[in-house]
Design a protein around this ligand. Structure first.
Ligand code: UD1
Ligand code: CA
Length: 457
């Protein structure tokens, strides 16, 4: 056996709890934090320690949990009855060699940093190491009882604690690390003779001490980092803590946020220099911003690419769209999947664009629907123009050549092509292709009948 194998790290993530306090049909660990399941956050952070294996102990809703995290390279372990945290760890141990170090995490404690996990692992001696935190209000948590030298003597659960122990403010976060072989033997000796009738993982501390082993503690400085999620109030608190931490990193990397407390990124964001984001912006999926991009207030971006110098005004919704250099969008515009604005193009207020390319310098400024269309460069689309792209059965394409001028209130009945330089009079219902540089009007000639209204009365 090599040294690497001797010290290999295995992570066990406990995720079998019911999560009844969420009052939800969804298993607790699948509730979203910044758009991803709680459990996925824990798996991702644990992966950064390059463990030899990640073992997830699931119970209730097991199938749903496995499906939701099917992309993760983890080993699934079922704990059919929740008999306690010690029992849960025992379900995963058979697959882990004695020599390995084991790090135990909770699927509902999503904000622990990889550095903190590594510190806990480094604190393992011949006895286990525990991660603790000082809480102003420690009620409900296991209390850390230390000896005169500062080693941990035992952990006493709130429900089993004597009045003197209840006064202790150093609490157990639940995270623990130990060598697998020793952990196995200590867990075999645990009993469920306690207030909750459960097999407590925390009992291994006193058992290790009884064997003459040293139990050290790593201490988390920020309670928010080790906070668990048991109900929707705590989920919201975790979301805010996560968003705050993420916003700080983004600002340090050069992103200008008008208000870090009113910015939500539920995915990944990359950005160039001097981008600025106004209040209330929500980003999801993968968002890519070039340099000098400005995003207006209350805009939602999902899986979009926005090139240098482009500006998205307030109250826009963009999904799977691309916005070219110096293009302008909004306010109140909606770019749906497949929308592409090329360089210097514009989509103004109350404009909806779907599966359509708006060529360089082209403008769709007011109250329009453009779908399944390709517009060349410098096209002017008048207010209230729509592509009639759907005949009730299939979608059809509209093509508009360079420099065409589409009068206000035009209906383009697809499939149809407007040749370059064509002019369509206002109110045209276009059903046939036009010729280059022609004028097309389909409007009925205006007729006025003098005195008609007076005679009618
Ligand atoms: C546990 C600790 C307590 C600590 C607290 C921190 C024990 C005995 N107590 O208490 O010292 O202060 O966490 O939040 O460990 N789980 C399973 N299977 C089970 C039981 C639990 O997978 O049979 C999972 C739960 O889903 C949860 C985690 O283990 O993610 C902790 O379980 P929970 O019941 O919340 O433990 P506490 O009683 O809060
Ligand atoms: Ca808990």
């Amino acid at each position: 056996m090599t040294d690497a194998e001797r010290t290999s790290l295995h992570v066990i993530i406990l995720a079998a709890g019911q999560g009844t306090r969420m009052r939800s049909a969804l298993p607790k660990v699948l509730h979203a934090l910044a758009g991803r399941p709680l459990l996925q956050h824990v798996v991702e952070t644990a992966s950064r320690l390059n463990p030899a294996g990640i073992h997830v102990v699931h119970g209730h809703g097991g199938e749903t949990v496995r499906t939701a995290l099917s992309g993760a390279s983890v080993t699934w372990v079922e704990q059919s009855e929740q008999l306690g945290t010690g029992h849960a760890v025992q379900q995963a141990l058979p697959a882990i060699p004695d020599e390995a170090l084991v790090l135990i995490l909770y699927g509902d404690v999503p904000l622990v940093r990889a550095d903190t996990m590594a510190e806990l692992v480094a604190a393992v001696d011949d006895g286990p190491a525990v991660l603790t935190v000082n809480l102003p209000d420690p009620s409900g948590y296991g209390r850390i009882v230390r000896d005169e030298q500062g080693f941990v003597e035992r952990i006493v659960e709130h429900k089993d604690a004597a009045p003197g122990e209840l006064a202790l403010h150093e609490t157990n976060t639940g995270l623990l690390a130990a060598y697998a072989g020793r952990l196995r033997t200590w867990l075999q000796r645990c009993s469920n003779d306690n207030a909750q009738g459960e097999y407590y993982l925390t009992d291994v501390v006193a058992l290790a001490r009884g064997d003459g082993c040293r139990v050290r503690a790593a201490r988390a400085s920020d309670p928010a980092e080790v906070a668990g999620v048991n109900d929707r109030v705590q989920l919201q608190a975790a979301e805010r803590a996560y968003q705050h931490r993420q916003a700080e990193t983004l600002m340090r990397d050069g992103l200008a946020l008008m208000d870090a407390g009113r910015f939500d990124l539920r995915g990944e964001l990359s950005f160039g220099r001097d981008c600025s984001i106004d209040i209330g912006v929500v980003m999801e999926g993968r968002v890519v911003l070039g340099a000098d991009v400005r995003i207006g207030a209350y805009t939602v971006l999902k899986d979009v690419v926005i090139d240098d110098g482009a500006r998205i005004d307030c109250h826009c919704v963009l999904e799977q769209a691309r916005v070219g250099r110096n293009a302008r969008v909004g306010p109140y515009a909606r770019l749906r999947p497949g929308a592409e604005l090329q360089e210097d193009a514009r989509a103004g207020n109350f404009v909806e664009i779907k599966q359509a390319v708006i060529g360089p310098g082209s403008k769709v400024n007011h109250l329009s629907y453009i779908g399944n269309a390709v517009l060349g460069g410098d096209v002017n689309v008048g207010a209230g123009t729509i592509t009639c792209n759907y005949d009730g059965v299939a979608k059809h394409r509209t093509t508009i050549g360079d420099g065409a001028f589409i009068g206000s209130g035009t209906q383009l009945v697809a499939p149809v092509t407007v040749a370059p330089g064509s002019v369509l009079g206002a109110g045209t219902v276009l059903t046939r292709d036009t010729e280059a540089d022609s004028l097309t009007i389909t409007r009925a000639p205006q007729k006025s009948v003098p005195g008609w209204a007076r005679r009618r009365r």
